[in-house]
Design a protein around this ligand. Structure first.
Ligand code: HPA
Length: 269
């Protein structure tokens, strides 16, 4: 893993990527942040050595390097979900690469189902903490001390300082934010009513199928993380409704404009 990461980093540096200030994983709900980046380089995943490559035509992603204001950013357009069949190593590989390109700050976004009865469809939630219910851990197996310690401190998975900063920016923009705990399940099924109830009972506010492995690995390597989630549907007792990928995409698309603007201002500041 170490050698693979270093080889990929070398390739990207030779392409012209130099020490980005922020790594950004553009999940559902943040796709249009690409429009806020002054793009210098776009590299399709299939051209990047050791990057997982999707066998589904037209489903490949891109690594984007550029600037937002005077900050250098590297963004993943398209992420790897565990439910797609990638191994955990593959799922988190790009985060390892970002770290050795010099990224210290990681911004992740996703779509999720809200289980907090105070939430509405379309709400934007700052992730304050997470619960990992994905049945495989990205750090299981022998630990390579060059990446980080065997036992990783997780007392501040999402930076308090960044959360406070984003709250200030949102207030200035007159955007209302929710805050909450994100629970990750493997997917790819959405939850049954009983499962949404379980998610709430164990103390989470929203449930999704990504982000947590990436943040765990980022914390392993000492990175600072910030997460933002668009509530695209509700799994609240009494109002559990049909969920579809199309509906999730549709809601995310509307929230995307606001999330894109928030993150743009956040990075600039
Ligand atoms: N459950 C899991 N993942 C999701 C959901 C959900 O309700 N909505 C968007 N991603």
């Amino acid at each position: 893993m170490w050698n693979k990461v270093q080889d990929t980093v070398k390739f990207l540096q030779e392409k012209g990527i130099t020490t980005p200030d922020y790594g950004i994983i553009l999940g559902t709900g943040l796709g249009n942040l690409v429009d806020k980046i002054s793009v210098e380089l776009t590299i399709p995943y299939e051209e990047i050595p050791n990057f997982p490559v999707s066998t589904v035509a037209g489903h490949s992603g891109q690594l984007i390097f550029g600037t937002i204001g005077d900050k250098k950013v590297i963004a993943m357009r398209g992420r790897f979900h565990y439910y797609e069949g990638w191994t955990m190593e593959q799922t988190v590989f790009p985060v390892r690469v970002m770290k050795y390109l010099g990224v210290e700050n990681l911004i992740v976004s996703n779509a999720s189902g809200g289980v907090n009865p105070a939430f509405k469809v379309g709400d934007i939630m700052l992730i304050t903490d997470h619960i990992n219910f994905i049945p495989e851990h990205p750090l299981r197996g022998g630990n390579d001390d060059r990446f980080g310690p065997r036992f990783v401190d997780m007392h501040e998975p999402y930076s308090y300082k960044m959360i406070a900063k984003m709250e200030k920016i949102a207030a200035k923009m007159d955007v209302t934010l929710q805050k909450g705990i994100y629970l990750a399940l493997q997917g790819p099924t959405f939850e049954t009513p009983a499962e949404y109830r379980m998610v709430k009972l164990v103390g989470a506010d929203a449930v999704g199928m990504s982000t947590v492995p990436e943040v765990i690995v980022a914390k392993h390597m000492g990175m600072t993380c910030f997460g933002i989630s668009v509530i695209t549907d509700l799994g609240v007792e009494g109002i559990v409704e049909e969920v579809s990928h199309e509906e999730v995409q549709k809601v995310a698309k509307v929230a995307e404009k606001i999330v894109g603007k928030l993150v743009e201002e956040f990075v600039k500041a």
